[in-house]
Design a protein around this ligand. Sequence first.
Ligand code: MN
Length: 217
Amino acid sequence: MSLILYKKKRDFKDTQEPKGKSNPIVSKLSFVVQRHKASHLHYDFRLEMGGVLKSWAIPKGTSMNPGDKRLAIMVEDHPYDYKDFEGIIPEGNYGAGIVEIWDKGFYSDIQNSEKEVAEKKLLEELKAGNLKFRLSGEKLKGEFALIRMKNRGENTWLLLKHKDEFAIDEEYNSEAKTPKNSPINKLLKEHLSEKLPASKKRSSTETGIAIGTEKKK
Ligand code: MN
């Protein structure tokens, strides 16, 4: 497990994101879903494994409906303490935009083994491209699977909900489940209301950030 790519992409003088120093101490495996309003809105799904957070970017977010297969693009490992990160990644930095924790909690393998056993099993499943686990979050609960798609490169996966007592039949919209009045959301609204036509856009030094814009040179 390595954070080389994570560190390479970021300038820690400029972004408040964790440098990746602390290691897991709790007796359970953690997961987090971060809503990331960058150039494209997506949800970052992260599972603690081997001391880092294995990470997938899910454009549409997770679903509690077993009928929904959600595309999940595997990205670089993130440090363990990234699970607590919320805030603004300044314009010009990798992933510039707003990160808020959408859901978090613990997870395990399907058998609910103790941490060390679960982790070993999960790492094997990850390698095999067929990961099955149980989430205990505020929003996300029950059994899920991450399946690597064949012939679509190493990084293209699908996130599926298994049928269980937590599964739903209705449409599941992650955006509708996002709290409207969280501090980070207020910040987002302020920035959006400040948004002007491109020609009149305030400079990054005035606003600190520009939402929905690509990295500028
Ligand atoms: Mn992201």
